[in-house]
Design a protein around this ligand. Structure first.
Ligand SMILES: [Zn+2]
Ligand SMILES: [Zn+2]
Length: 512
């Protein structure tokens, strides 16, 4: 997709702000209202940007076309509902019930499964779009990634979306050939797949799933490795854009009668040496770990949170419905193309348990007053890059989040207890692609109730980073717990007691 947001100053904001006598945080964040008359003077992208709101979604959802296989036939025969059990429309109805605006249907592959997707899953998706129009429903699959674990493959909505997926799945999905073809299961095939996708008119998105589920220790990687992520992202930076920060399968400790299963491991991360931390994958949860290592290269590598819904806990499975527990919020207007582009550009935060439902962060430089900074265009929000105006700049970080009063899907009203501001340096590409550390990344400030202003459901925080003189980034994290760092999740943990939200980063680039 060629229409990506340009990171240029938006003159309209400056006009609005300058005309406002009392500048408030409110003004900065509500720049879009009542300005329809001025819309003509802005590009389509700029208009969309100012009309954007936080739209919750889930890009990892299985339907009954995640089939089982009867291996007694040659080739194996697909068994509908053999792995996941719900029709797509039931997934969509639940997505709507739990507050999602968009979703992606992502069935597993298998021997000749590209035909199952084309002939069975896709027609069902078309019906589901009609039945539940309130939820935008992308087509995609859980790609059996060559030489790696699974990934979301999200196809841009178009008239050819079904054949686009068919071409990718049939040529590159590692489980597609029958009999099995080991040459599919190589990193070279994955790079070929990404190069094929790069040649398409409209670019798909690839997001790695449950990246450390097969890890055997902290930093002892399994099927997904830092090298692969870097190679994918180097090959196709606008396609291979990130990983699940929080995997699905988070209801494994909840029995169908609501009682506790002490053996349930969150995310099905069953190795006790490599569990989730606060429900998040260790690659994301460890400050200064792999995610920070990649951000420290200046990579646009984003995180998401999904359900991986196959069988709901009420029906004896270990999963939540789409949106019941995890949400990936994208700041966008509600259309397919715009959601895809804003996901691609990292205008994204994630939360579990509906701890928060909005998160706006602005960094501003270029003068003592935020008004001056905005007027000069020296500001950036989640997923963007701020250019620092001088060798050393004070950067004001303005945070505004919504801690909703409404009960979440468990009937709880969790409160944000703490918000952490995390900062790290950007020092260019690492020479050793297995690097999984960024020693410069630290929690630079922990905010509690005493540090913020609460106005109804909204919490506002302002903080100044003094004398920023290096290429760097910030990101935000918050929780309802007392844990200073997300602790390793014990088996049987009730996921509703241990909630976290994470922003994606904002980069800051020094002027050289
Ligand atoms: Zn998977
Ligand atoms: Zn899955």
């Amino acid at each position: 997709m060629k229409s990506r947001f340009k990171k240029k100053a938006i003159p309209f904001i400056a006009t609005t702000v300058l005309a406002t006598t009392a500048l408030s945080t409110q003004t900065l964040f509500n720049e879009g209202s009542n300005q329809k008359a001025e819309a003509q003077s802005f590009s389509k992208e700029e208009v969309k940007k100012k009309d954007a709101t936080w739209l919750a979604g889930d890009h990892h959802i299985h339907s009954e076309w995640s089939v089982g296989w009867d291996n007694s036939t040659n080739p194996p025969t697909a068994i509908r509902g053999g792995d996941a059990i719900y029709p797509t429309v039931k997934n969509a109805e639940n997505a709507k019930k739990y507050g999602l605006d968009w979703m992606v249907t992502t069935d597993h592959g298998g021997p000749n499964h590209s035909k199952v997707n084309l002939e069975q899953a896709y027609p069902e998706l078309l019906k589901s779009r009609q039945a539940v129009p309130e939820v935008l429903q992308f087509y995609g699959m859980e790609f059996d990634t060559p030489a790696a674990d699974h990934s979301s493959l999200i196809i841009p909505k178009s008239d050819n979306e079904s054949t686009t997926l068919y071409e990718i799945e049939s040529q590159f999905n590692k489980r597609e050939p029958f009999p099995n073809d080991g040459s599919r299961d190589t990193e070279e095939t994955m790079i070929q797949a990404l190069n094929f996708m790069k040649g398409l008119d409209e670019l798909p998105i690839v997001i790695a799933h449950h990246p450390s589920r097969s890890a055997t220790g902290i930093g002892v990687w399994g099927q997904d490795t830092p090298q692969e992520f870097r190679n994918w992202n180097d090959t196709a930076p606008n396609i291979a854009i990130g990983m699940e920060g929080a995997p699905g399968h988070q209801a494994t400790s909840i029995n169908s009668d609501g009682s506790n299963d002490p053996n349930g491991a969150r995310g099905s991360y069953g190795n006790k040496n490599a569990p989730t931390m606060g429900g998040f994958d260790q690659m994301t949860a460890k400050v200064g770990g792999l995610w920070d290592s990649m951000l420290g290269e200046g990579r646009h590598w984003w995180i998401t949170a999904t359900s991986d819904s196959h069988v709901n806990w009420r029906d004896g499975g270990g999963d939540f419905w789409p949106g019941e527990y995890s949400k990936t919020y994208v700041k966008s207007v509600k259309d397919y193309e715009n959601i895809m582009e804003n996901l691609r550009n990292g205008h994204v935060f994630v939360t579990t348990g509906d701890l928060i439902s909005e998160l706006d962060i602005k960094v501003q430089a270029g003068g003592k007053s935020p008004l001056h900074a905005v007027a000069k265009g020296n500001s950036a929000s989640i997923g963007e890059t701020l250019t620092l105006p001088g060798k050393k700049s004070d950067v004001t970080v303005t945070i505004r989040l919504k801690d909703p009063n409404a009960a979440n899907a468990n009937g709880d009203k969790p409160n944000v207890k703490r918000v952490d501001l995390i900062m790290g340096e950007v020092n260019g590409k690492v020479s050793d692609k297995s690097t999984a550390e960024n020693p410069t990344t630290k929690v630079v400030k922990r905010f509690t109730e005493a540090d913020w202003k609460q106005d109804g459901e909204y919490i506002s925080i302002t903080y100044t980073l003094n004398d920023v003189d290096k290429d760097s980034y910030i990101r935000l994290r918050g929780t309802n717990t007392e844990q200073l760092e997300p602790a390793a999740d014990p088996k049987g943990e009730n996921p509703w007691t241990d909630l976290w939200f994470y922003s994606n980063p904002i980069f800051m680039q020094s002027s050289k």
